[in-house]
Design a protein around this ligand. Structure first.
Ligand SMILES: Cc1cc2nc3c(=O)[nH]c(=O)nc-3n(C[C@H](O)[C@H](O)[C@H](O)COP(=O)(O)O)c2cc1C
Length: 179
């Protein structure tokens, strides 16, 4: 096992982003402690190890990330018996050229998540409150910049685990460690 062989495998899985690689869990830090939620992986740039997600600018995760941009992603592939944990920093893009471009690619009839007059987490007291606001005001793009990985292969013969850091667009300081 080397970082090169692991990277080749992971890049293929993340570029394809089919189930379960399409739906990682994103952890952030809140005043209450860690928070996790599932998010759809929208894009992966293997040159920068940057992962892109879409969300609602009014959501709790945005407030948490504005306070502390550190985040972690967790992927688990039960068929391949692989676990990937990435640590990184999230950059929020709201009403930027890139976020407008991403929103424009979403078909109008599928922008409903970002068009509700209520923010995610607000109590639904009156169904009429759920229409109106423009998607552009609510849509945000999250850019996760990978800083390190922790990769684990579960194997009957012996588990294998590797840790590495991503610095200046290259994997470095990789070590095979106890699983
Ligand atoms: C299958 C599935 C896919 C989801 N995809 C997204 C997504 O792409 N973006 C998003 O913001 N929330 C998505 N969610 C909802 C989040 O898990 C979460 O409930 C929501 O974003 C509110 O999180 P927050 O209160 O921590 O901000 C998804 C949930 C599920 C179950």
């Amino acid at each position: 096992m080397t970082i090169n062989s692991i990277e080749l495998k992971l890049v293929a899985l993340l570029e394809e982003a089919s189930w379960p690689w399409r739906l990682p869990s994103l952890a952030t830090l809140s005043a209450d402690g860690p928070q996790q939620r599932s998010l759809v992986l929208r894009r992966f740039n293997p040159k920068k190890w940057e992962l892109v997600f879409f969300t609602d600018f009014r959501s709790t995760k945005i407030k948490e990330l504005q306070k502390d941009p550190r985040a972690s992603l967790h992927f688990y592939d039960s068929e391949k018996q692989l676990q990937l944990r990435l640590k990184g920093i999230i950059n929020i893009e709201h009403q930027s050229p890139a976020s407008r471009e991403a929103l424009a690619e979403i078909p109008i009839d599928r922008r409903g998540d970002y068009q509700s007059g209520l923010a995610p987490g607000e109590v639904l007291s009156d169904i009429s409150e759920t229409s109106g606001t423009k998607a552009e005001a609510n849509f945000a793009l999250l850019r996760f910049q990978t800083k390190s990985l922790d990769y684990l292969e579960i194997n009957r013969v012996g588990h294998r685990r590797l840790k590495a850091e991503y610095i200046v667009e290259a994997w470095t300081n990789w070590t095979i460690i106890q699983a």
